[in-house]
Design a protein around this ligand. Structure first.
Ligand code: URA
Length: 234
């Protein structure tokens, strides 16, 4: 791929803007030699203003999403894209979230620019289990585990029952819930169906990938082994 297209795809500017960057001598190789718009050169050997290029296409990231950020490009409030380098919003192919978490849910949020991977992760056929930890407005009654595991729980407005989900009680108002599906506001609606209300919700795992101690608001790129771990427990 010609360098001008590579840089435009990475969000450094429109083709016209990037062409100017070449004219200004801002694009060089690792030794500082000025490069030209139609040069073909290894990604790792290019510098923009002396800095290495952003990562190439094929990115997979994990983020510790904070509560209060929306998984949307359009919301007028805080959005998860604000937590990434601004240029990454203009990448082509686009970098998007793998599914969504509600604005008030925190925890493990995946991103990728690989459409096929994205669909594989969110496809119901992959049956990737997600684990959430919830704090609740009221004490658990004791029957929620059986209700969620029944395979017959029907959420308001839906026509098919939820697949069985596993509940682990952590305290009178704290529980961990493992679900294979990803229906709209699913965890919150499940607790509503059980006569309760979720106060805080955090996603801790997606398949075999664990949020771990990634600080809130931070993100990092995943290696191939970590991407494979997402599918490891399906
Ligand atoms: N279930 C919810 O209710 N909210 C989320 O953000 C994710 C799962």
């Amino acid at each position: 791929m010609k360098l001008v297209k590579l840089l435009a795809n990475l969000g450094y500017g429109s083709r016209k803007e990037v062409t100017w960057m070449f004219r200004e001598g801002r694009i060089t190789d690792a030794a500082g030699e000025v490069l030209y718009a139609d040069d073909k050169i290894e990604h790792g050997d290019v510098r923009v203003d002396g800095e290495p290029l952003d990562p190439p296409q094929g990115l997979v990231l994990m983020m510790h999403k904070p509560a209060g950020h929306t998984c949307s490009t359009k919301d007028s409030g805080r959005i998860v894209y604000d937590l990434l380098p601004p240029r990454w919003r203009s990448r082509s192919p686009a970098l998007s979230t793998v599914g969504r978490l509600d604005r008030d849910t925190s925890g493990l949020l995946l991103w990728t620019d690989d459409g096929a991977l994205l669909h594989r992760i969110i496809s119901p056929r992959s049956n990737i289990v997600k684990v959430y930890e919830a704090t609740l407005a009221q004490d658990l009654r004791g029957d929620e585990g059986a209700l969620f595991a029944s395979g017959t729980l029907m959420l308001d407005g839906e026509t098919t029952p939820l697949a069985p989900a596993q509940l682990e009680v952590l305290g009178p108002r704290r529980a961990r819930l493992a679900i294979g599906e990803g229906r709209y506001h699913q965890v919150r609606r499940m607790f509503v169906a059980a006569g309760n209300h979720v106060e805080t919700l955090r996603r801790d795992t997606v398949g075999g990938l664990v949020l771990g101690n990634l600080p809130v608001g931070e993100w990092r790129a995943l290696g191939a082994d970590e991407v494979a771990a997402i599918f490891a427990m399906a």
